[in-house]
Design a protein around this ligand. Structure first.
Ligand code: COA
Length: 159
């Protein structure tokens, strides 16, 4: 059983994240999408809301589990029995930060490797901040997020 975790803030989950989840499912037996409780970010959606959005969006993928974690990502990987950490690389600009994180995580837990996957080119310019910004300006985000997120954003920003 080759299990990996896919950690992130997912505030909110986008179709770019879902694309990475699909690719991870093609490679591994189980993918745990794990929502980080990150004290450095002030999220728009609560941890519970973010989990519900992901669960609803991946319900057709039987290999995917969704949970949350607080603390070190490698400790969570060990706790769930994962052999690796999935991260998405969208552009060269992601690389330096991701490289540093991957090497530090390997130093902390030498048996847990980071696997980088690239989403489809149509999602390379996406991130959650852009989605929140577009939605706050009442722009249509249906090409970028699952329907449940689109609805939640609409409700959040109703004037
Ligand atoms: N499609 C669209 N957007 C994507 C994406 C994709 N495939 N992959 C990443 N993004 C976006 C995210 O939406 C997010 O956007 P935002 O900053 O505008 O909100 C941004 O890229 C950052 O991605 P995210 O995956 O949420 O990473 P993060 O930097 O917020 O979180 C953790 C990274 C949680 C994995 C990391 O901080 C962590 O491991 N924390 C635990 C503490 C720890 O172990 N520290 C030691 C590590 S060295």
């Amino acid at each position: 059983m080759r299990k990996v975790i896919y950690p992130g803030t997912f505030d909110p989950v986008t179709l770019g994240h879902i694309d990475i989840i699909q690719r991870a499912c093609d490679l591994f037996d189980e993918v745990v999408v794990t929502v980080a409780i990150n004290p450095d970010k002030t999220p728009l959606f609560t941890i519970e809301e973010r989990i519900v959005f992901i669960k609803e969006s991946v319900k057709c993928y039987p290999k995917v589990l969704v949970d949350s974690f607080d603390g070190l990502v490698v400790e969570h990987a060990k706790n769930v029995g994962a052999i690796g950490i999935i991260r998405g690389l969208r552009a060269l600009s992601d690389f330096e930060y991701e490289f540093q994180m991957a090497l530090m995580n390997r130093k902390l837990a030498k048996n847990i490797n980071t696997v980088f996957l690239m989403p489809h080119e149509k999602y390379t310019y996406l991130n959650s901040s852009i989605i929140r910004n577009l939605a706050s300006l009442n722009s249509d985000v249906s090409d970028f997020v699952p329907p449940i997120v689109q609805e939640a954003l609409k409700k959040k920003f109703i004037k």
